[in-house]
Design a binder for this molecule. Structure first.
Ligand code: PEP
Ligand code: MG
Length: 324
C-alpha cells in the first residue's frame, strides 16, 4: 500500500479524461522544501512566512527575509513558490510587536490589515520577496483580503516596492504573479470584481469556514458545526472558481479541504486548478484524482450543490468514491 502510493509522487494529477491539475505543498520554513519534489509536489502553494517572524527574537530584516525566500525559490528549481505575506494577529503573536488586546482577535487587527497599517514592515517584506523572484518562480499572495480597497492598497505597495528595487538597480524576476487568498466571505462574494484585477485566487478553507459559519476554528465546543462541506461554503467555492475562469485567471486552494480525498471529486467537478496541502497528503490525492473522470465529477458537483446539509454531501461523496 505504502509502496504503491509512493509511485504517485512522480506522476502528474490528471483525470482519466485529461483534466490536469497542479499539486503543491504548504510549507512554513524554507527547510521544508527539502525533498518536496521527490514527494510529488509540483510547487509550493502556500509558504506561511509568519513562522520566520515568530521564531525570531526581533523583526527579521529585509536581508534575512530575502535569504529565506530565496532559499525556497531555489530549492523548487523554477517551479512556482507562492509566498504569503505576513499573517500575524488572530491566534499568532509576535513577542517583539506589541499588539493591542482585542475582544475578538479573529475579527480584528491581523494579517493584511496590520501590514497596510505598518507600511515599513510590509514594504520590507515585499522587497525581500521581489528580490527572491530573481532566483525562481515566485508569486505573492495577500492573506485576509476582505474587499477591493485592501487588494488595491496592497497591490499599490507591491508596485512601490518593485519600483524602488528597479530604481536601485537590484536584480528582480521578470514577471511575478500577485494574487489573494479568499478566506473571508465578503471577498468570495466579490470574486467577479476581484478577478478582473488579481492574477489568481487561493481559497483558504480553514478561515473561510470559520467566517462563513461563524465558528471559531479552535473551539472544540462548536467544532461539530465547522465543516467545509457546508452547502454555503461550497457555493462560495463555486463562485470563486467560476469568476476566475470567466476572467482568464486561475484558482487554487490551500486550506485543508484540498488535502482531503473525500473532497477531491467535488473539487475536480468544480474545476479547481491548483491544490496545495501538507506534504503527507500529496500521494493519496494524486492517486484519487487520477482515478476520477472530470465529466462525472461535474455532474456529481451539480447534484451535491443541491443538497441541504454537510452530512448529505459527505454521504454523496462517499458513495461516489465507492463506485468509482
Ligand atoms: C486558511 O485559512 O485556509 C489558510 C490556508 O491559512 P491559515 O491556515 O494559515 O490561516
Ligand atoms: Mg487563513
Amino acid at each position: 500500500e505504502q509502496e504503491s502510493l509512493k509511485a504517485y509522487s512522480s506522476l502528474s494529477a490528471v483525470t482519466k479524461d485529461g483534466f490536469s491539475v497542479e499539486i503543491a505543498a504548504n510549507i512554513g520554513t524554507p527547510q521544508e522544501t527539502a525533498g518536496l519534489l521527490d514527494k510529488g509536489a509540483e510547487g509550493v502553494g502556500l509558504y506561511r512566512t509568519e513562522f520566520l517572524f515568530m521564531s525570531a527574537a526581533d523583526m527579521p530584516s529585509e536581508d534575512m527575509q530575502f535569504q529565506a525566500y530565496r532559499g525556497a525559490a531555489e530549492a523548487m528549481q523554477g517551479r512556482p513558490v507562492i509566498i504569503r505575506t505576513l499573517d500575524i494577529g488572530g491566534d499568532k503573536e509576535l513577542p517583539y510587536l506589541a499588539l493591542p488586546e482585542e475582544m475578538n482577535p479573529f475579527l480584528g487587527y491581523r494579517a493584511i490589515r496590520l501590514c497596510l497599517d505598518r507600511r515599513e514592515l510590509f514594504l520590507a517584506q515585499l522587497r525581500a520577496i521581489i528580490r527572491a523572484s530573481a532566483y525562481g518562480q515566485v508569486k505573492i499572495m495577500f492573506p485576509m483580503i476582505s474587499g477591493m480597497e485592501e487588494w488595491r492598497a496592497a497591490k499599490a505597495l507591491y508596485e512601490e516596492a518593485r519600483q524602488q528595487l528597479i530604481a536601485e538597480g537590484v536584480k528582480i524576476g521578470e514577471s511575478i504573479e500577485v494574487g489573494i487568498m479568499i478566506e473571508i466571505p465578503s471577498a468570495a462574494l466579490l470574486a467577479d470584481r476581484l478577478a478582473k484585477e488579481v492574477d489568481f485566487f487561493s481559497i483558504g478553507t480553514n478561515d473561510l469556514v470559520q467566517y462563513t459559519v461563524a465558528v471559531d476554528r479552535m473551539n472544540e465546543k462548536v467544532a461539530y458545526l465547522y465543516d467545509y462541506f457546508h452547502p454555503s461554503v461550497l457555493r462560495l467555492i463555486k463562485l470563486v472558481i467560476d469568476a476566475s475562469n470567466k476572467h482568464g485567471k486561475w484558482t487554487g486552494m490551500c486550506g485543508s479541504m484540498a488535502g482531503d480525498p473525500l473532497a477531491a471529486p467535488l473539487l475536480v467537478g468544480l474545476g479547481l486548478h491548483e491544490w496545495s496541502m501538507s506534504t503527507s497528503a500529496i500521494q493519496r490525492i494524486k492517486q484519487t484524482i487520477t482515478g476520477l473522470e472530470r465529466s462525472s465529477c461535474e455532474q456529481l458537483a451539480e447534484r451535491l450543490l443541491e443538497l441541504d446539509t454537510p452530512a448529505e454531501i459527505r454521504a454523496g461523496l462517499t458513495a461516489f468514491l465507492q463506485q468509482n
